[in-house]
Design a protein around this ligand. Structure first.
Ligand SMILES: *Cc1c(COP(=O)(O)O)cnc(C)c1O
Length: 379
């Protein structure tokens, strides 16, 4: 089956062409101003993103990994303090814990929603635990209400890794909602090009509703200084540049539209694929909207790699996020975890398959992908 447009995991080119005049003009303004680092565009973007997050403070930085590191630095944890997170995520979440000489404690993933399994969290809390980092994997929030309740009970910080979930809503039992990344003490976001709100290079941001933390985060991301050349904290150099801020400020206006486009594609996939016995379509939790950073299937009966190869042979990309859970990664063997320690994450690593997902998928492409999947199972 041939489509007019080649099917890609992510189509940033068409997305750019659709808003090219606006983006080009915003970039040109930065070039004319020659204010390349920090400056007006960064401030405007931070303010607009803050409004989008219903008033949470926004501090931009160099990338999502830096956002996580700076967030943990702002909490002034001591070496050996324990930080709880999940083994089924991108490496950055664990990496920053290690870099700061903190002790990562992993809690297995939930087999339905792929996020940290809240029912297994409390038993991992010790007198050394200081912080929990839930990851809103693939664009659906972890159960923040339950996590915040535990955190309050044990006086822990919660740092949300919202790098895949900008724009998703966490829905509380009382009917109110808050944007992903603005629920915990600190939220971290990435503007990597393929993320929900993607720059034309690297970028990141930290969110917090606590003004004291916000000031500290801002200082730490800029060499620990509040007043120029007076250094109150040990910091890093991690800044968003003006060109990226200008691009992101244009694209922020389209973020809800982009999320809608992803959700429509997801519903199309659901509709066409849910009848297949060998496949589980993404499970939706009642406490979160799903921004579909990824549309991730579970393929049962050990057929995942066969399906992936069949799709690739038919010019359809499909990706495995993530093939090796973090506790089994070579760099982290010193943590002394073994195979079997996190059975859900280990099983997911063998069963998940993410289909093409972006803002520009058309019906012809979606139909081709779904038909090819059906052909694989029916042949
Ligand atoms: C992308 C991502 C990061 C890191 O963001 P970068 O901007 O690439 O540094 C961290 N955590 C998760 C879950 C991510 O998806």
């Amino acid at each position: 089956m041939k489509t007019n447009k080649k099917i890609q995991m992510v189509d940033l080119q068409t997305q750019y062409l659709n808003i090219k005049p606006e983006v080009d003009e915003a970039i040109q303004e930065v070039l004319n101003s020659t204010i390349f680092v920090k400056g007006g565009k960064v401030k405007t973007f931070e303010e607009n993103l803050s409004s989008y997050l219903d008033g949470a403070n926004v501090i931009t930085c160099g990338n999502g990994t830096d956002a996580l590191q700076i967030a943990l630095m702002a909490l002034e944890l001591e070496p050996g303090d324990e930080v709880i997170t999940t083994p089924f995520t991108f490496i950055a979440t664990l990496e920053v814990i290690e870099l700061l000489k903190l002790k990562p404690v992993l809690v297995d993933a939930d087999p339905d929603n792929f996020n940290i399994d809240v029912s297994k969290l409390e038993e991992k809390i010790t007198s050394k635990t200081r912080c929990i980092i839930p990851v809103h994997l693939f664009g659906q929030c972890a159960n923040m209400e339950a996590i915040m309740e535990l955190a309050n009970r044990y006086s822990l910080y919660v740092v949300e890794d919202a790098c895949q979930a900008l724009g998703s809503d966490f829905l509380f039992k009382d009917g109110t909602s808050q944007k992903a990344g603005s629920v915990g003490h600190i939220g971290c976001n990435s503007f990597f090009p393929s993320k929900n709100l993607g720059a034309f290079g690297d970028g990141g941001a930290i969110f917090t509703r606590d003004l004291t933390l916000a000031n500290k985060v801002r200082a730490i991301s800029n060499h620990g200084m509040q007043e120029r050349y007076y250094h109150d904290f040990v910091g890093v150099n991690s800044r968003l540049d003006g060109i990226q801020a200008a691009i992101l400020d244009v694209k922020l206006k389209y973020l809800n539209k982009y999320i809608k486009a992803r959700q429509i594609a997801a519903e199309y996939y659901d509709e066409k694929l849910k009848g297949l016995d060998q496949i589980c379509v993404p499970h939706r939790e009642s406490y979160s909207t799903h921004g579909f950073h990824q549309y991730t299937l579970i393929i049962k009966n050990g057929d995942r790699d066969g399906l992936r190869k069949y799709l690739n042979d038919h010019d359809i990309p499909a990706m495995i996020y993530y093939p090796v859970p973090l506790h089994l990664q070579k760099a982290y063997s010193h943590l002394n975890y073994n195979e079997g320690d996190f059975p859900v994450a280990e099983k997911l690593a063998t069963e998940v398959l993410s289909l093409p997902m972006h803002t520009e998928l058309d019906e012809e492409q979606l139909n081709c992908i779904c038909t090819t999947i059906k052909n694989y199972f029916n042949s």
